[in-house]
Design a protein around this ligand. Structure first.
Ligand code: ADP
Ligand code: MG
Length: 340
């Protein structure tokens, strides 16, 4: 994997500025000004221009290959990660304030204090059974703390119910660990499901949104397929399309690469990066893909025994000298974490 760029801090900060994808590709010299102009003109000629899909237009016009486009976006993320390490100040969009939760007599969360930076990609890592999925469920109010509070912006989601809870929940999309597509529905109906459940959009508008979401995850034309006709990676992409279709502010991904081979795992990481670059949503991703995940996120939270063992820019956590974190990253059996 490419190493972070070593550059002057000011230049790094400047390069990390969010820009439309076309502008970004141009600055990174992935395309020429003329190619961008042509792609924008082509989009302007369409009945429904989708500027966030400019990459697709550039690919269709033969101005850039798909792998080259993804690589370019990855380099951009790398620059942003370096900038975030130099200046890790981002307002928190989610905050856990001394949250405790006991399940089946076991203290799963033990005074958890946690902040998720807005408009960044955060990875939550930690050993199995450490409370990562339980933490995610608290973020959307699917579980409530025994003690402490969970805040989403200025809303204490852990204390809300009814309409108020639903209003905060609509800011999220959650992709469960199992993917959880409905086997009896085809891909189109799976992706349309949250829109039919939670919005008053017309069927025509829903079809249109679903088509765009499928294009975004490279599943255009696959809407008629049923989940059992899809490969593991395609199922994940369909589930991601369903998470994107509601245009949430915050996407929570629970182990999006679990059980996938290394190539598909890499493809999903590129897809998350691509999604982030186009949308700038806040993304929280629970991942076991250590150390690979460090390359794909700005911020890392290490959960251990129901508490945050460490959190900060991914580049700092990766270089941590803490014996527990080092052991977790290296996978050594010998160390403070006793597994056998
Ligand atoms: N709904 C539940 N009822 C009882 N115990 C649960 C429930 N959900 C999770 N747990 C327990 O909480 C602990 C943490 O689980 P989880 O958050 O799923 O771990 P992970 O870090 O692997 O995602 C585990 O011991 C698990 O068995
Ligand atoms: Mg889990």
């Amino acid at each position: 994997m490419t190493q972070p760029y070593i550059q002057e801090p000011n230049r790094i900060q400047e390069e990390a500025l969010p820009l439309p994808i076309g502008e970004r590709l141009l600055r990174n010299q992935c395309i020429t000004p003329q190619q961008l102009q042509e792609a924008l003109q082509r989009q302007a000629g369409e009945s429904d221009p989708k500027e966030h899909l400019i990459g697709k237009t550039l690919i269709e016009m033969g101005h850039i290959s798909h792998p080259a486009l993804l690589e370019c976006l990855f380099h951009q993320l790398t620059r942003e990660r370096v900038a975030y390490q130099l200046n890790p100040s981002a307002p928190a969009i989610i905050r856990f304030d001394n949250v405790a939760k006991t399940l089946d007599g076991r203290q799963v969360l033990d005074g958890l204090n946690l902040e998720i930076p807005a408009h960044k990609i955060t990875a939550i890592i930690g050993i199995s059974g450490g409370g990562k999925s339980v933490t995610l469920k608290h973020m959307v109010g699917l579980m409530r703390p025994d003690r402490g509070d969970v805040w989403v912006g200025d809303q204490p989601i852990s204390r809300l119910s009814g309409q108020k809870l639903n209003a905060v929940r609509r800011r999220f999309s959650l992709l469960f660990q199992e993917g959880a597509l409905f086997d009896s529905l085809n891909v189109t109906d799976n992706v349309a499901f949250p829109l039919r459940e939670t919005t008053a959009l017309t069927e025509v508008e829903i079809r249109h949104r679903v088509e765009t979401a499928l294009q975004e995850v490279n599943l255009a034309g696959m809407g008629h397929k049923f989940p059992d006709e899809l490969s593991g990676g395609m199922k994940k992409r369909a589930a991601l399309a369903r998470a994107l279709v509601t245009q949430p502010e915050i996407i929570l991904l629970d182990e999006p690469t679990a059980g996938l081979d290394p190539i598909i795992e890499n493809a999903i990481h590129y897809l998350i990066c691509d999604t982030y670059m186009r949308t700038r949503y806040t993304i929280v991703c629970i991942s076991h893909a250590v150390p690979a995940i460090f390359d794909w996120c700005h911020h890392v939270v290490v959960l251990h025994r129901g508490r945050v063992l460490a959190s900060g820019p991914s580049l700092d956590i990766r270089n941590s000298t803490d014996p527990t974190i080092k052991q977790f990253i290296s996978g050594d059996l010998d160390g403070p974490i006793q597994v056998i």
